[in-house]
Ligand binder design. Structure first.
Ligand code: AMP
Length: 400
C-alpha cells in the first residue's frame, strides 16, 4: 500500500545523499506518490530541490544521523552515497522502533561503504575471481604488498570512491607519491588504510545493473564504460548484434552479479562492476544503489535504473523494455570555484533529436565536479557515443 504524501497515511522515503542520482530517484518516488525527504551535508543539493523536505546533516555523524531518523521516522531509508554512519542504519533497522527498512539492507550498506568489507565477502566468502589484493596501513606494508603482487598495482583508500586518492603505480619509484596521494583522497578518519590491487589487464569493463525485486532478479543489458583517473568519462549500451561480450561471458557476469547481490540481500537495484578478460569475468565492486554509469538508462530503457530502484525498494515488481538501438551518456565536468551557469543548450539539442540534457542544479563548484550529463541514442554504439560527446562539447559552463 502507498499512502498520500503529506497526510498521515504517507509512505515516506528518506534519501541519505542528495546528488544527481538521488535527484532522479526522488523524481521517480514522487511519481508513485511517495513523500520524500532529502538529506546531505550541504544545502540545496540536487535531490533537495525536488523533495518534499530537506535536511542538512553530516551523515557520518552517528548521533546526528540517529536523531534525524528518529525525528523523521521514514518507512524506508535509501542511501545514495557510501559516506554514511552505516552502523546507525544497522542499529535502527534491527531495533524496529518503528517499521523501518533500509534499501536494500543495512548490512549491504555496511559492507559496501568500505572496500574491505565487500572485497572480503566477494573473494573470501563467495570465492569469486577478483584482482589479487592486500590491505595495508603503512608505506612499508604498501611496498611489501606491491612487491608481492607484482607491478603495476592500483592503490586505493578503503574509504573512497570515484577515483579519489586512487593511483596506478608502475614501479617502486612511484610508491611514496602514490601513498601521499591516497592519504589525501580518502574520506573520514580511517583514510590511511588502503587496498593494493594487482592490475587487471581487462578487455573491457562493465556495470551490470541487477535488480532484486519482489518477483526475482532482473539483469539489465551490460553498460560499458570508459574511466579516466578512476572516474567515469563515458558509458553506453550496445545495439543488439554488436555483442562485445560473448554469451558465455554474459552468463558468467550474470552469475557473479547474482551471487553478490543475493549475499547482500533485500530489494533494490545494484551496480555490479566487472572486468571482462579473455580468461573470464573478474568482480571489481558493487554499489547497492543506482550507478553513475547507469545514467544512460534514462534514454536506453523505458524504465530507467532510478525508476527500477524506486519500484524495487517499495516492494513492487519491475520490468523494462530496451530501446532497440544503442545509447550513450557523457558526463560534463567543470573545474574551478563558483556557481555554474550553462550555455550552448540549443547547439547540444541540435546534434540529434535523441539528445537529452540533464543539468544537475548543483549549487556550487569548488574543485572539479560533474554538473550535467548528455544522453543520446543511435543505430550503432559509435553513433550514440558521437552524439552524446558532441552534445556535451556544445555545452559551455561558466562559474560565477
Ligand atoms: P574503482 O573506484 O575501484 O571502481 O576503480 C575505478 C576504475 O579504475 C575502474 O573502473 C577501472 O577502470 C580502474 N581500476 C580499478 N582497479 C583496477 C585494477 N585492479 N586493475 C585495473 N584497473 C583497475
Amino acid at each position: 500500500m502507498i499512502g498520500t504524501p503529506l497526510s498521515s497515511s504517507a509512505t515516506t522515503a528518506l534519501l541519505l545523499g542528495s546528488g544527481e542520482l538521488g535527484k532522479e530517484v526522488v523524481i521517480e518516488l514522487q511519481r508513485l506518490g511517495v513523500e520524500t525527504v532529502a538529506v546531505d551535508r550541504y544545502a540545496d543539493a540536487p535531490a533537495m530541490q525536488v523533495a518534499h523536505r530537506r535536511h542538512v546533516v553530516d551523515m557520518q555523524d552517528a548521533d546526528a544521523l540517529r536523531e534525524l531518523l528518529r525525528r523523521e521516522r521514514p518507512d524506508v531509508v535509501i542511501p545514495e552515497i557510501e559516506a554514511i554512519a552505516t552502523g546507525v542504519l544497522a542499529e535502527l533497522e534491527a531495533a524496529q522502533e518503528w517499521p523501518l527498512r533500509v534499501a536494500p539492507t543495512a548490512r549491504a550498506t555496511v559492507l559496501t561503504m568500505n572496500r574491505e568489507g565487500i572485497r572480503r565477502l566477494a573473494a573470501e566468502e563467495l570465492g569469486l575471481p577478483t584482482s589479487p589484493y592486500a590491505f595495508v596501513d603503512t608505506l612499508e606494508e604498501f611496498r611489501a604488498a606491491a612487491d608481492d603482487l607484482g607491478w603495476p598495482v592500483v592503490l586505493k583508500p578503503v574509504m573512497s570512491s570515484s577515483g579519489k586518492g586512487q593511483s596506478l603505480v608502475r614501479g617502486a619509484d612511484d610508491v611514496e607519491a602514490a601513498w601521499e596521494f591516497a592519504q589525501t583522497g580518502g574520506r573520514g578518519s580511517q583514510s590511511t588504510r588502503c587496498i593494493v590491487e594487482g592490475f587487471v589487464a581487462f578487455d573491457t569493463e562493465i556495470t551490470l545493473l541487477t535488480v532484486r525485486h519482489a518477483g526475482g532478479t532482473l539483469f539489465l543489458d551490460p553498460i560499458y564504460h570508459r574511466q579516466v583517473d578512476g572516474d567515469y568519462a563515458e558509458s553506453w549500451q550496445e545495439a543488439p548484434g554488436e555483442a562485445t561480450m560473448s554469451q558465455a561471458q554474459l552468463a558468467s557476469a550474470q552469475d557473479t552479479a547474482r551471487r553478490v547481490t543475493d549475499a547482500l540481500g533485500g530489494y533494490g537495484l545494484f551496480g555490479v562492476e566487472l572486468f571482462v578478460t579473455a580468461d573470464g569475468v573478474v568482480f571489481s565492486e558493487v554499489s547497492p544503489r543506482p550507478h553513475d554509469t547507469g545514467l544512460v538508462t534514462l534514454v536506453s530503457q523505458d524504465v530507467s535504473e532510478f525508476a527500477l530502484h524506486a519500484r524495487a525498494v517499495l516492494g513492487l515488481p519491475v520490468a523494462t523494455t530496451r530501446w532497440p538501438g544503442a545509447a550513450a551518456s557523457w558526463p560534463v565536468k567543470v573545474e574551478g570555484h563558483g556557481v555554474p551557469a550553462f550555455d550552448g543548450l540549443a547547439e547540444a539539442y541540435a546534434v540529434d533529436p535523441s539528445v537529452q540534457v540533464r543539468l544537475f542544479g548543483k549549487p556550487r563548484v569548488d574543485g572539479e565536479r560533474r554538473v550535467a550529463v548528455t544522453l543520446a541514442r543511435g543505430t550503432t554504439t559509435t553513433e550514440a557515443r558521437d552524439r552524446a560527446r558532441t552534445a556535451a562539447q556544445a555545452l559551455r559552463v561558466s562559474l560565477d
